[in-house]
Ligand binder design. Structure first.
Ligand code: DOR
Ligand code: ZN
Length: 348
């Protein structure tokens, strides 16, 4: 078969994205809005986004930060804490402010100090969510003494499996999966558990963090795993199976916060987000399954309509920018900065 020189997709969605706030948001949101019709916006700001009122205000600030004419819908999430009120969550969902709730185990990652210290404490919230059909988005890593490369697999046994037993009707998304164990678990629970997959976890394994020296821009959580896991996650993404869908976890931190004695976790993929996935699907001869992964599976899982309209990409080299400026900061270093990619967005 002759390799295609262009592809047209139904407009895709990003089911996991960090836009931050203020000047940072003003710099990064246009990249996401250019590529995706909708994005699930993560609530781990300081202070965390935990009420319908603050989510409504945050949504307003995102819409104000978009370029003229952008057609982009931010889908807001509620940050789950030990003190979350089930009524607040249900009201936010019914009023269309919240699309989902995000569960960070306390201290698992960036701005997770207010996360859940013991899942049993939030059972009343989960009961309510199960009843109203509201999805729970899960950062699936245990904290504490467990080896950092095992935290996702251990989470499945210690937390996720019992959770499914206690809440058979709760819709859950296993966010940014990185291991073959997670792939197997999601497949076995397909229908009630979906999973997002990032572009960077499809492209790098854990060696990339130490290639010729420590590489802070390749550090994120969950941390990249060994090659066998990358291959398993890649096979899942390109399979077209309905339980796997696109979620970039684009997570900008300014350069001085990354290149530091204690560098922040997060990889900033937004400036090339879709193009990175296209490259992976092309390498795997699976371009015909990209639309399922990027534009159909996530919407179906969330019970939302698919987007109208199309996005065209062409096989043409371009260079990912070395740096993205953010007013008043040291700027952002995008994933694959300065490197050439083989696919670009048509028309700009
Ligand atoms: O690498 C990460 N960055 N993982 C997360 O879970 C949070 C995110 C962030 O907010 O920077
Ligand atoms: Zn994230």
């Amino acid at each position: 078969m002759i390799p295609p020189t262009e592809i047209t997709l139904r407009r895709p969605d990003d089911w996991h994205c960090h836009l931050r706030d203020g000047a940072m948001m003003a710099s990064v949101a246009p990249f996401t809005a250019r590529r995706f019709a909708r994005a699930i916006i993560m609530p781990n700001l300081l202070p965390v986004q935990a009420t319908p009122i603050s989510a409504r205000q945050y949504r307003g600030r995102i819409l104000d930060a978009l370029p003229e004419g952008a057609q982009f819908t931010p889908l807001m999430t509620c940050y789950l804490t030990d003190r979350t009120d089930p009524d607040d969550v249900a009201r936010g969902f019914e009023e269309g402010v919240f699309t989902a709730v995000k569960f960070y185990p306390a201290d698992a990652t960036t701005n997770s100090a207010d996360g859940v210290t013991d899942i049993r404490k939030v059972y009343p919230v989960l009961e309510r969510m199960q009843k109203i059909g509201m999805p729970l988005l899960i950062h699936g890593e245990v904290v504490g003494d467990v080896d950092i490369f095992d935290r996702e697999a251990v989470f499945i046994d210690r937390v996720f499996t019992p959770l499914l037993g206690d809440f058979p009707g709760l819709k859950t998304v296993f966010e940014h999966i990185t291991t073959s164990e997670a792939v197997d678990f999601v497949r076995a629970s397909s229908g009630r558990v979906g999973a997002t997959i990032t572009a960077h976890h499809l492209m790098i394994n854990r060696n990339a963090m130490f290639e010729g020296g420590i590489r802070p821009h390749r550090y994120c959580l969950p941390v990249a795993k060994r090659e066998a896991h990358r291959r398993a996650v890649r096979a899942a993404a390109v399979s077209g199976e309905p339980c796997f869908f696109l979620g970039t976890d684009s997570a900008p931190h300014e350069i001085t916060a990354k290149v530091s004695a204690r560098g922040c976790a997060g990889i900033f993929t937004a400036p090339a987000a879709l193009e990175l996935y296209v490259q992976v699907f092309d390498e795997e001869n699976a371009l015909d399954r990209l639309e399922a992964f990027a534009s159909l599976n996530g919407a179906a899982f969330y019970g939302l309509p698919v987007n109208e309209g199309a996005l065209r990409l062409v096989r043409q080299e371009w260079t990912v920018p070395e740096k993205v400026e953010v007013a008043g900061t040291s700027g952002l270093h995008p994933f694959m900065a300065g490197r050439n990619l083989g696919w670009r967005l048509a028309d700009g």
